[in-house]
Design a protein around this ligand. Structure first.
Ligand SMILES: *Cc1c(COP(=O)(O)O)cnc(C)c1O
Length: 575
């Protein structure tokens, strides 16, 4: 393939593309260039773009050492090691190279190309930028090694490589681009490179400060923000920026585009994008109030239906709902699946999960007990141990009736997240003989698929309004797994009480921020677990299966990336 990759790519440069930039893209575990929801969303986006035959190309960094491999000892202490992988076994390198000036020296970049091929014939190239070249210094060679690793300076350099290097590489490879889509602010430096590319003719402007063609660049850019809090937005001091980027772009103009105090990548994206959106309705509103001067739209996230459906569910979907994978709207007919077949398909997925849990832990779980799952990035705002807010009460309600499976990585420098894992581990010990609890190590996409399809109830307990969207609950819904979650992010839109699942805590409109939300949410969690979830599972199996159907027919029907991409096309790309 290497010999004719340039010829193959030529085929792709015939029509103008949507260029999708993301710091992380999660396509499969063998390409470990993702950390969590943002990256998996990017991967699902690319897969749907391929299924829908959209003119699409994606750009990210090669992250040769991945995010990290997680190991947890008996006390819940997490240690990290590199997740080194070999790109050449999975993708092809091209001979074209570009360079970005960092600290006064060129950092050369090569590109690895991976094609996401849809069973339906569509095909999307994903470009992985790689600085590991002999012409770079050892320090610069490592710039595309670690995803979200290193310090601020390392991060800034990576973002310059992604934004500026990405635009240059697309051009070098012959791509024509009709829209640049920034998946989060990490890629926002691409706007500055586009300003350089689209400078006005010096003879036609009054003075040099009018040379920048903001309107043309804005027309080219789409920006999706994922962060619902001010502190979450990427920002750098101008001192650091000047040290790293030098005179790449005049600082005075940058003040207006990215903020006078700090260089804020979200501001840069906002100021230079014609279309901006949040990732759920609520998140759109929260972002709108954070940035009152801008028009912020909302396109609620989704998941790639085929990727996130278990084999046993796929089988009954194929039988009763043919065509579902490329037209998830067909889930509207989920009622055509007989209850017994739906239940058996679920039980098959559940047994696969339980066998796996029992093979890696001494939890000794069984497939008859109501099983709760919680897995995602472990960080304070997700409140991973809210379930243990009142252990005595949990013991009273759950002994002999529930079992719980956890998984998730904490960022290596997130001490609060790491402590949360330790607290969960200490509860596992205390609940021995009462409630079976397991914590699966090294959460990744294949563990995620097993979990979201094999548990009965998917739990999510974020602190409002910090869950911009959340996507794992959408994956669960695709498998008839019922959501039991705080009303934040996508669940505000997907939740119908007792019908698609259950809410934890008050409706978003009833929140009084100075109250002790964790106590209120935990109370509600326990009370619904006792009065609604447990009785329905054991005593009203028919009703339970009805809820499984609703999860598919109402939630999966809507919260998929096919619907999401069709909206990006009609609302953001074709404008
Ligand atoms: C889907 C997914 C996530 C996102 O989970 P949320 O609950 O939406 O935060 C994180 N990690 C992996 C591996 C996933 O597959």
């Amino acid at each position: 393939m290497k010999q004719n990759i340039t010829a193959i790519l030529k085929e792709y440069t015939k029509e103008p593309k949507i260029a999708y930039f993301s710091m992380e893209i999660g396509l499969k575990d063998e390409i470990p260039t993702f950390c969590g929801g943002l990256g998996v969303l990017a991967g699902d986006t690319v897969k749907s773009a391929a299924d829908l035959s959209l003119p699409f190309v994606a750009i990210t960094l090669i992250s040769r050492k991945g995010y990290f491999k997680q190991e947890i000892d008996g006390t819940g202490h997490q240690t990290e090691s590199p997740l080194t992988w070999e790109p050449s076994s999975l993708m092809t390198v091209v001979s074209e190279k570009v360079a970005v000036t960092i600290e006064g020296k060129p950092v050369h970049l090569q590109a690895w190309i991976y094609f996401v091929e849809s069973l339906r014939g569509g095909n999307v190239p994903v470009i992985f930028l790689d600085a590991n070249l002999p012409e770079n210094s050892p320090e610069n060679r490592a710039l595309t090694d670690h995803l979200y690793g290193g310090d601020e300076c390392y991060r800034l350099k990576q973002e310059l490589l992604l934004g500026i290097g990405g635009v240059r590489m697309l051009k070098k490879l012959g791509f024509r681009v009709k829209k640049y889509h920034m998946n989060e602010g990490h890629a926002a430096f691409l706007t500055l490179e586009l300003l350089h590319e689209h400078k006005k003719d010096l003879e036609k402007v009054w003075d040099e400060s009018f040379i920048w063609d903001f309107e043309t660049v804005k027309d080219l850019c789409v920006f999706t923000t994922h962060t619902p809090v001010e502190a979450g937005h990427d920002r750098f001091t101008y001192e650091l920026y000047n040290k790293v980027a030098g005179d790449y772009f005049p600082e005075k103009v940058l003040y207006k585009l990215a903020g006078a105090k700090h260089l804020n990548l979200t501001m840069l994206g906002l100021n230079l994008s014609m279309y901006v959106n949040g990732v759920a309705k609520k998140h759109g509103e929260v972002s709108q109030s954070m940035f009152p001067g801008y028009r912020i739209n909302a396109i609620t996230n989704g998941v790639h239906s085929f990727t996130w459906t278990s084999d046993s569910m796929k089988r009954i979907f194929d039988k009763y709902l043919p065509g579902w994978a490329n037209e998830p709207e067909i889930f509207v007919r989920v009622g055509a699946i007989p209850d017994e077949e739906m239940w058996n398909a679920h039980l098959e997925a559940k047994k696969i999960l339980i066998d796996y849990v029992n093979s890696v832990s001494d939890a000794g779980m069984d497939a008859d007990t109501l099983t709760l799952g919680f897995a995602r990035r472990i960080t304070e705002y997700k409140r991973p141990d809210l379930l243990f807010f009142d252990p005595e009460r949990l013991e009273r309600i759950g002994t002999g009736k529930i079992q719980i499976i956890y998984a998730g990585k904490a960022h290596p420098r997130d001490m609060d997240g790491k402590h949360a894992i330790e607290r969960i581990f200490s509860q596992i010990g205390k609940f021995k003989g009462k409630i079976k609890i397991a914590y699966l190590q090294n959460y990744n996409m294949s563990t995620a698929l097993r979990l979201i399809s094999g548990v009965d109830v998917w739990l999510n307990t974020p602190l409002r309004p910090l869950e911009a969207s959340g996507t794992s609950g959408m994956k669960a819904a695709h498998n008839g797994v019922v959501n039991f979650s705080v009303l934040d992010g996508w669940w505000i839109e997907g939740h119908i009480e007792g019908f698609t699942g259950w809410a934890i805590g008050p409706a978003p409109t009833e929140i009084q921020p100075d109250r002790n939300m964790s106590k209120i949410d935990a109370e509600d969690l326990y009370s619904k677990l006792e009065k609604c979830v447990i009785p329905r599972y054991y005593k009203e199996r028919k009703e339970w299966i009805r809820m499984m159907q609703n999860a598919i027919g109402k939630n999966a029907y809507y919260f998929n990336t096919h619907r999401m991409m069709r909206r990006y096309v009609t609302e953001a790309y074709i404008r």
